[in-house]
Write a protein that binds this ligand. Structure first.
Ligand SMILES: Cc1ncc(COP(=O)(O)O)c(C=O)c1O
Length: 379
C-alpha cells in the first residue's frame, strides 16, 4: 500500500478537525448521488454484513457464497448467526461464480445469494438480480473490493436487494469504515438503534496509530514468524459499531483526492505491457477498462519468488489472501466443506499489484520481471 506523506497527513488532520456534521453530509451526498436505497456507515465491512443479516433476518438459514472469499471474516459471521455457508467454486480463469453452479446449491433453507465483485470485477449482477427476484431470494452484493464503480449504467451495489462496502485498506485507504445499503426498503429501527448503542470510542486513536503502518509491521513480523499460518480463529461476535470520526475524515480526504481515471490508465498500461510479451493475464481487457480496483491480479506458480523480487523493486505486492472457505480449518470442520478446485488454486497463486504504486517507470520493470519468470516456468 502506498505510504502516506506528511503533506497528506496534514490534509487528513484538517479534515478531522472539521465538524462531524460536515463530514457526515459529505459522505451522505457522495452515496446519495450513486444509490437510491437507505444506508448506514459502520466501522468495518464485516459489521455492515452483521447489520444486513439482522435487517433481513438471515439468522438460522443457508446462504450461497463463493469459496474464494476472506473465510475468517465469514466464518465468524456465519457461526455467530447460525448460518450454513453453501460454497460455490470460481469459474475457470475468473473470480466469478456462475448462476448454473449456484442453482445446484439451492435448498428450501436458502434465503440469500452473495455475489462478490472480487478486486472490482463485476460478477454478473443483472443476471443474478433477475434470478433472485423470480425465485424470491435475497441478492447480496459484496462490494468490499469495488468503490464508485459503474457497471453499464448503474453503480455496483445497486443491483442487489442489499450491498456491503468496506473502506479498510481495499479501495478506500481509510483503515476503518464500511457501509450497509438496503435497496429494498428503509433499514429497520432495530438495526439503527444498535448502531447508536455501540460507539467505539477508542477506535479513533487505534486507527490514527495505524496510519503509521503499525499493522504493516505486525504482519511483516507474522510473515516471518509463521509464514504458512492458517487463519482459523473465529473470535467473538462483532456488534454493529458506528464508523468513528477518523474514518469519516479519511474517507472524505480520499474522495476529494481520488483519481480513478489515472488508475484505470495505469492498469491498462500494465495490461498492454504484459500482453505484448504474451504473459498470461487473469483478467480480460474489457474488465481492465471497466474495473476500478485497487489492485491488478496475476496468477503465478512461482509466486513466492516473484513476490520477493517485487518487494526489491520497492513495491508492496499482496499475496496474503486468507484461505478459501474449504481450506479454513474452522470452517472445514464445522460445516464439513470439501475443496472446490479453482478457488484453492487461485488463492495459492494470486499475487496483486497495487495500482496506487505503479507508474511509467516501474511498469517496464514489472513487465521485464514477469517475462523472465514466464520463460523460467516454461523450462
Ligand atoms: C470480500 C470481502 N468481504 C468483506 C470483507 C470484510 O471487510 P472489513 O475488513 O472491512 O471488515 C472483506 C475483507 O477483507 C472482503 O475481502
Amino acid at each position: 500500500m502506498k505510504k502516506i506523506r506528511l503533506g497528506e497527513l496534514l490534509d487528513i488532520g484538517k479534515s478531522y478537525f472539521k465538524s462531524e456534521k460536515k463530514l457526515d453530509n459529505k459522505m451522505d451526498l457522495f452515496f446519495k448521488n450513486q444509490f437510491r436505497g437507505d444506508f448506514i456507515f459502520t466501522n468495518r465491512g464485516m459489521t455492515a454484513i452483521q447489520a444486513l443479516i439482522e435487517d433481513f433476518n438471515l439468522e438460522n438459514s443457508e446462504i450461497i457464497i463463493p469459496n474464494f472469499i476472506c473465510s475468517d471474516v465469514f466464518s465468524n459471521l456465519f457461526k455467530h448467526n447460525n448460518i450454513i455457508p453453501k460454497i460455490v467454486d470460481c469459474e475457470k480463469d475468473s473470480f466469478k461464480i456462475s448462476l448454473k453452479e449456484v442453482k445446484k446449491k439451492i435448498t428450501n433453507k436458502t434465503k440469500a445469494i452473495m455475489i462478490v465483485h472480487t478486486l472490482g470485477i463485476a460478477n454478473n449482477p443483472e443476471e443474478f438480480a433477475k434470478f433472485c427476484k423470480k425465485r424470491g431470494l435475497i441478492l447480496i452484493e459484496n462490494c468490499a473490493h469495488c468503490f464508485h464503480t459503474k457497471y453499464k449504467k448503474e453503480y455496483l451495489g445497486s443491483f442487489g436487494d442489499a450491498s456491503i462496502f468496506s473502506f479498510r485498506s481495499k479501495e478506500v485507504r481509510s483503515f476503518v469504515g464500511g457501509m450497509y445499503l438496503n435497496n429494498r426498503r428503509k433499514i429497520s429501527e432495530k438495526v439503527r438503534n444498535k448502531l447508536d448503542k455501540f460507539r467505539y470510542k477508542r477506535e479513533d486513536l487505534i486507527r490514527a496509530i495505524n496510519i503509521f503502518k503499525i499493522s504493516n509491521l505486525l504482519s511483516k513480523i507474522r510473515r516471518n514468524v509463521a509464514p504458512n499460518a492458517k487463519f482459523s480463529n473465529v473470535g467473538k461476535k462483532h456488534e454493529i459499531y458506528h464508523i468513528p470520526k477518523i474514518g469519516k475524515a479519511l474517507f472524505c480526504y480520499h474522495i476529494e483526492n481520488m483519481d480513478i481515471l489515472k488508475k484505470k490508465k495505469m492498469a491498462l498500461k500494465l495490461y498492454n505491457g504484459l500482453s505484448n510479451k504474451k504473459i498470461k493475464i487473469f483478467i480480460s481487457e474489457k474488465e481492465v477498462k471497466e474495473f476500478s480496483a485497487r489492485s491488478f491480479p496475476l496468477m503465478l506458480k512461482n509466486r513466492a519468488e516473484v513476490y520477493d523480487k517485487l518487494l526489491k523493486l520497492g513495491l508492496n505486492p499482496g499475496k496474503g489472501w486468507t484461505p478459501t472457505f474449504s481450506e479454513n480449518e474452522f470452517a472445514k470442520k464445522k460445516w464439513n466443506l470439501s475443496n472446490t478446485g479453482n478457488a484453492e488454486k487461485y488463492s495459492r497463486e494470486l499475487l496483486t499489484i497495487s495500482l496506487d504504486e505503479i507508474n511509467d517507470k516501474n511498469i517496464a520493470k514489472i513487465v521485464e520481471l514477469l517475462d523472465f519468470h514466464k520463460n523460467k516456468e516454461r523450462l
